[in-house]
Design a binder for this molecule. Structure first.
Ligand code: PAF
Length: 286
């Protein structure tokens, strides 16, 4: 496994591999790899000749009050895990390598960022879209793999790739959960044992949403939202940032669920100081 810290080295190697006709799969991460990341790497490994991983905690996607400084850093372990699943190249630049102080160009994706994390973390997706575009310019690849846990991020990246004519396909991989249902996240590392137990309320609420919408055919979103709110607020450490029920494709909220539509139910909840997100996609049959 090759590990590069500079744009020049990583770009030269990818260029060489592309010229020899290799299919390249890319998994961008901020490190602190867990089973969710490994599932992306495994899928990318199976579908490509060359597997590239980036590890870069991107300051541009964090607001000043957020956890950029304390974001977990486990680079040695990340490399061991990456190597074990057959990663060929790790690109791990410094902030100085990635961002010139003179940079004046940023990418914003409109509409898809109006709600959910786009509304609550202003500027976050500008940071994500910009860094993903930069990474793909450094490491042009055939497919980029992203997790459904960050469903809005997936749609934003997919839109950006289409709008800016990147020759890269975005592939979404399912959410990986712990046996009890908690979605895998690097931020789970911040939770103590008690918070970890309380964090299950996200999964419980999403499971309830599925039962209400699919089994009980509840259609008014205020009613569904109220029930989810009650489930989450039973946990003393939980503070709801948002509950979103809306169209999965446009990411616009709805008041009434139409038969035959694809619905996204997404949550952002603080458990103590830690902000967790989770979601479920539901096909509402006719
Ligand atoms: O999902 C992440 O870890 C990040 O948002 C990404 C896509 C690596 C961009 O920094």
């Amino acid at each position: 496994m090759l590990i590069y810290g500079t744009i020049y080295e990583a770009r030269s190697e990818i260029k060489r591999l592309r010229q020899s006709g290799k299919k390249i799969g890319f998994v961008p991460t901020m490190g602190a790899l867990h089973q969710g990341h490994l599932s992306l790497l495994e899928k990318a490994r199976a579908e490509n000749d060359v597997l590239v991983l980036s590890v870069f905690v991107n300051p541009l996607q964090f607001a000043p009050h957020e956890d950029f400084e304390k974001y977990p850093k486990t680079f040695e372990q990340d490399c061991q895990l990456a190597s074990a699943v057959g990663t060929d190249i790790v690109f791990a630049p410094t902030v100085e390598e990635m961002y010139s102080k003179k940079a004046k160009t940023y990418i914003t994706v409109s509409e898809l960022t109006d709600y959910l994390c786009g509304e609550k973390r202003v500027g976050h997706f500008k940071g994500v879209a910009t860094v993903v575009a930069k990474l793909l310019n450094i490491l042009p690849c055939d497919k980029i793999y992203l997790g459904q846990k960050d469903y809005q991020q997936f749609l934003v990246v997919k839109q950006m790739l289409a709008d800016l004519n990147f020759d890269t396909e975005a592939v979404m991989c399912p959410i990986v959960r712990e046996p009890n249902g908690l979605a895998m996240s690097s931020r789970n590392k911040y939770l103590n044992e008690d918070e970890r137990a309380q964090a299950l309320c996200l999964f419980e609420a999403l499971d309830a949403a599925r039962a209400l919408i699919i089994d009980q055919k509840m259609r008014e979103t205020v009613e569904i939202e109220h029930i989810l709110r009650v489930i989450i607020e039973k946990k003393p450490a939980a503070k709801i940032d948002y509950i979103f029920i809306g169209e999965a494709e446009s990411l616009t909220p709805i008041t009434h669920i139409q038969e035959g539509s694809q619905i996204l139910v997404a949550l952002a909840v603080f458990i103590g100081q830690t902000r967790l997100i989770d979601n479920v996609l539901l096909e509402v049959s006719l």
